[in-house]
Write a protein that binds this ligand. Structure first.
Ligand SMILES: [Zn+2]
Length: 501
């Protein structure tokens, strides 16, 4: 059944409500389908997306002008970069009511966080790890899929017989899935805003708790809510595990981690502390439902019925499963308002070659190497730990006078953070420091072990050789004695945003 943009509107009938709920519950089935069947579905949806992009987007109409109207061979289509997408935002989107100025104006009012833009779109901005944040407009279909996959995929269900599935469906209706998302971000970061739009038709089989990771009543709220699924960054979960005596989560069935590298050791520690499987999700703001973590193996299963991920080398040539790619090209088959077609992302991904033991027949992303240049390896009591750009981003993005920031790792634990102010304003360096320290503390960094130098600078310049601006510059690189386990985890890390970003 096709989804449409009217699902959040009042339901015409009870029948429609049931129909939508059953649609969501049925999203389990494609994960057990033969690859050829998924491929056919994918191609049908691709054809529809290309037609909609051509009809409604001046940008894509022009970009695809040289290709025959009926061409659906994705590899023949040109690639789109984030810079292009942002430069031509108003021409990219297919709804003329959506404009860059309108979206930015909406997001400039913090009171709009948790509301839908124009009453129907979840809007967000991604991190600016490649110099510029991307604006993302998500339609209802994207939200529907995000929740439906959360409900049905990423669990080692039995053999998947028709009777088994029916039993599971009835069980879900009788005992709603209770998802708690702990976010270290608030405002218009993709996951921080999308998790506040649980579709009405899922209210009877899903309960949601969205809570800031630094909420002083976090433990009480979790105990009260009693989640069956707990989603957070690994460092947030590690902090929670330290409070295991005060935490009572008898319903807990699985943990979902995202945003930060999940080390083999952390995964094991969390599994032991909470006594449930730990699933490592890989997603990005441009496609929040991209994958669901595998319950039995590292990595995540790509939701390839609704997204296409091409693993390619530096020259955009396909890289076969088993070999690491240089980057990926994303096609989001559900977002028709802001189409992402062969959209370039800097993540190095390796697809698994073997079928997965968990029973899912969706392709598995075996290792996900984020943008390694955007990671600082710091040495703290427990060993090395990766610092990503999120704490900086969350600390500085809300500061209006900060035009740009850059963190430089000059020694293992010594970071110099440079802040460029918007012309005519002065950055309050001490206020910026307090915000950064607060963000680092929230994500479990021992401040006493870090040496942070903050300074205001007149302007920040791009990298000489690449001409790309970088937020994170390491002069030290990964340590030579980064142990084998940490090397693994670096390879298994996700560099993309989710609940934490
Ligand atoms: Zn699996």
């Amino acid at each position: 059944m096709a989804t449409n943009a009217t699902t959040s509107a009042p339901f015409a009938s009870f029948f429609q409500l049931i129909q939508r709920t059953l649609w969501a519950l049925r999203q389990f089935a494609p994960s057990r389908q033969a690859p050829e069947a998924i491929q056919r579905t994918q191609q049908e949806r691709l054809r529809a997306l290309l037609a909609q992009a051509r009809a409604g987007s001046a940008f894509y109409r022009e970009k695809f002008r040289h290709l025959p109207e009926d061409c659906t061979d994705l590899q023949a289509f040109p690639i789109t970069t984030k810079a292009e997408m942002m430069a031509h935002f108003d021409a990219v989107v297919t709804d003329p009511a959506v404009t860059r100025a309108g979206v930015e104006g909406f997001m400039s009012d913090a009171a709009n966080a948790g509301r839908l833009f124009l009453g129907k779109y979840a809007v967000a901005h991604t991190s600016g790890s490649q110099g510029q944040p991307a604006l993302i407009v998500q339609n209802q279909q994207v939200l529907d899929l995000l929740y439906a996959f959360q409900l049905t995929r990423g669990q080692a269900a039995g053999a998947g017989s028709a009777v088994g599935r029916l039993v599971q469906t009835v069980r879900r209706l009788l005992r709603p899935t209770r998802v708690a998302v702990l976010s270290s971000a608030q405002g218009f970061f993709p996951s921080a805003c999308v998790w506040q739009h649980l579709p009405r038709y899922l209210h009877w089989c899903m309960r949601f708790l969205f809570v800031p990771a630094n909420d002083p009543r976090l433990l009480d709220k979790l105990n009260e809510f009693s989640p069956s699924v707990l989603t957070a960054m690994p460092s947030t979960l590690e902090l929670l595990a330290l409070n295991d005596e005060e935490l009572h989560l008898p319903r807990l069935e699985r943990l979902i981690t995202c945003s930060e590298p999940l080390t083999a050791k952390t995964r094991e520690r969390l599994r032991h502390a909470f006594g449930v499987p730990v699933l490592d999700n890989y997603a990005c703001g441009e496609c929040l439902f991209l994958s669901n973590g595998c319950p039995t193996a590292p990595g995540a299963h790509l939701n390839s019925d609704w997204a296409i991920l091409e693993v390619v080398d530096a020259h955009n040539q396909p890289v076969p499963p088993g070999q690491p790619g240089h980057k990926v090209l994303l096609t989001n088959l559900a977002n028709t308002v802001q189409p992402f077609i062969r959209y370039e992302l800097g993540d190095g991904v390796t697809m698994a070659t073997e079928p997965c033991g968990c029973g899912s027949r969706l392709p598995r992303l075996q290792t996900i190497r984020g943008r390694t240049e955007d990671v600082f390896w710091l040495h703290i009591a427990q060993g090395y730990r990766a610092l990503l750009e999120y704490p900086f981003q969350h600390a500085f993005d809300p500061l209006r006078e900060v035009r740009e920031w850059q963190a430089v790792q000059v020694e293992r634990n010594h970071l110099i953070i440079r802040l460029e102010s918007i012309p005519g304003t002065v950055v309050d360096v001490e206020a910026a420091r307090r915000r950064l320290e607060e963000r680092l503390r929230t994500t479990g960094w021992p401040l006493a072990e870090l040496h942070l130098t903050l300074e205001a600078v007149p302007n920040l310049t791009p990298d000489e050789p690449t001409t790309k601006f970088r937020h994170m510059v390491s002069h030290t690189g990964p340590p030579a004695d980064l142990d084998t386990e940490h090397m693994d985890l670096q390879a298994e890390s996700t560099g993309s945003p989710c609940a934490g970003e």
